[in-house]
Design a protein around this ligand. Sequence first.
Ligand SMILES: Nc1ncnc2c1ncn2[C@@H]1O[C@H](COP(=O)(O)OP(=O)(O)O)[C@@H](O)[C@H]1O
Ligand SMILES: [Mg+2]
Length: 280
Amino acid sequence: MSISVRGITKIFQNRRDKKVNTIVLKDISFDVAEGEFVSLLGPSGCGKTTTLTIIAGFQKHNEGQILINGKEVNKPGPDRAFVFQNYALFPWMKVGENIMYPMKLSKVPKNERKSKLKELLNMAQLEEYANYYIHELSGGMKQRVALLRALACDPEVLLMDEPLGAVDFQMRKLLQIQLETILQKKNTTVLMVTHDVDEAIYLSDRVIVMSRDHGRIIADVKVDLPRPRDRKSDGYHSYLNRLTDILKSALNGEVKNEEDEDLLEFIKKTKNKHIEYNPC
Ligand SMILES: Nc1ncnc2c1ncn2[C@@H]1O[C@H](COP(=O)(O)OP(=O)(O)O)[C@@H](O)[C@H]1O
Ligand SMILES: [Mg+2]
């Protein structure tokens, strides 16, 4: 399934003072082809998570369209699995139950659920932990469980918000390799938010760089290297250098509050009225 982001604008309006607005995303457009792995890279606060959650349908945009396989979507759906930055696991369920939960919702037979669970736990070296509660795990283990839960139903579109952010270095490299192997086999369409240039190059077919200037896309780089990628190769290093330089320039511009009559008019007219409270 393909993802198409067309002219997305997202404004957060302060509820207490409606004149104070933050334009987080302004007219953002990009496409992810079926089976493609694309990373969204950018400085903190540039709107990466906002973009991903709008695609997931968790929050509404003010302008523009999100198309999945050419069809507009406005709410979450089983076609799009999401891995949250802060895991979002169910603390009252054990590891195994957490991972099997989406399969249960999809009415996958019990024996199938169990064999799939075994396969997934094995893949992430968590075989021993099926009966542990979430609070008994380290941050890295929680993140792996969250990833396995998202993979449980073989989603066609996988949206991941810094999925390996809390995993330690060694495990991170291992999971990157496993993630690549699984996703290549399944032809899953992936959009991953990361702040790690190396991770983006290792995993992605394309890397999109957003800037703090209303999320403006300042680069869309095709990573033209054979898989699995050789971190020691000259080609790999030249992508590393190039993207690190681009990321530095993405730090220019900033998210700022704006008071503007035209903007207020625009918000009034916007077709999606759902506007969040800005706690700042
Ligand atoms: N619900 C919200 N209400 C108000 N402002 C928000 C909300 N969510 C995010 N923002 C603001 O939008 C900007 C982008 O946030 P985010 O998408 O989380 O950035 P990133 O993931 O790139 O670090 C930030 O300035 C943040 O403070
Ligand atoms: Mg974020």
